[in-house]
Design a protein around this ligand. Sequence first.
Ligand code: NAD
Length: 470
Amino acid sequence: MIARENPARSGELVGCVPATEPAAVDSAVRRADDAFREWSKIPITERITALLGAAGAVSARSEELATLLARESGKPLADCRGEIGFAVAFLRWVCDRAPITLAPTEIDDAAGRLVVRRKPYGVVGCITPWNAPVILALLKLGPALVAGNTVVLKPSPLAPLAITEIVSLLPAVQVVHGGAETGRALVGHPLVRKVAFTGGDAAGREIAATAGAMTTPSVLELGGNDPAVFLPDFALADADYERLVMASFATSGQVCMAAKRLYVPRARVAEFTEAYVAAAERILVVGDPLDPRVTMGPVISAGAAARIRALLAASAGGTAVPLGRNAPGHDPLSGYFVTPRLVVGLDDDAPLVAAEQFGPLVPLLVYDDEEEVLTRANASELGLGASVWSADEERAFALADRLEAGFVFVNTHNRTGMSLRAPFGGIKRSGYGREYGEEGLLEYVHPAVVHAPAAFRPGGTGMAAGAYPG
Ligand code: NAD
């Protein structure tokens, strides 16, 4: 069994799931492969009906599921409600768009008859992390299932409970539980026809290598080290500063697309720092995720807390400014709580700046001109998200175009900047493939072509053997 404890209350058991031995992954994949024969054959309209029914069933249980998610992940209850609501909205969006995006195209003209059908791959192996276990699974399951694939999902053992309940409401999904070994057995299975992974770089590289060796197509959503660039004319009201603070500290900073490096023009650093610290004092309330006043809970594990504290200790030369406040009566020793901090005075090669911190620490970095900040923002090997903040939208879009990232937000960052219709994913070492949007739907189909060239159709004029068409 895999037991999950509440990271906010040491020793409190939240629930258990049965561990799947790597050998048992084979049975799950075979069941999914058998189910594929039926599921892929039924009309898309029937699959949509089944998925909309599941969306309704998840929605009806959202309060209970949000509480379970908060207790297993340490994320504040409001975040968990938001994640589940967003996942349901995404599922409904997929059902709305799929008939259009996945419709076959047919051309019958003077050049011939060409049919392109969007066909499912078969069994999709999905592996997800703990930080947003519901939406990150649904981003794969929704498009895969609507297209006619079946799925074997391996959630993270650090937050398997709510997503397992949700998957029990969905058709055509098997769940396997475990860590890296179970994931390896899934990725390496010969009947898995597509792999969809969200997680860290090390696992991503190994999965890409295994999938590559088997020519299994994959989509990889990996880490980020997003810069937030404040142009000299940025104009932020109190609410904007609060949104910016939460862009770094939502989910205790454990979000792939969190604002992880803040680049502020030298002339405005004092003003920025003062307003930022004041906004954090208003918006950032640390405590138990079930307390409705709380906006930041613990980090996921004792190991994560130790790693983040070590990162801070290694950031010599910086000054760490504690942010926010504790909820009344909160005991920081009750779980894996790490004080949120703004760290000023670091060089770009400090570990906290150069690597993804994935925790409640954010560096404030000073720049002098736009070309310099562009070079520094683009210096990372990661290229997931970024943001530009300016009173002049044209100027922001112009700089955004030169940032090396899959997704650039303007005057916001992190989840407030997302859109169901906008493809999301990284470049460079942040992975490949996309989720959300039309591109996210097309990840789970291959274009199957049938072509009758005009030259060889009845009445056609033929063509010399071995010739290229004109
Ligand atoms: P992780 O890589 O440790 O684990 C992710 C999942 O992969 C888990 O289910 C884990 O059990 C499994 N796994 C680990 N090693 C594996 C292997 N060798 N083979 C197969 N499966 C394996 O990541 P995590 O700590 O759960 O998540 C944090 C990371 O995820 C961060 O780097 C974060 O930025 C990234 N992330 C990216 C996105 C995105 O959309 N790009 C979204 C959320 C999180």
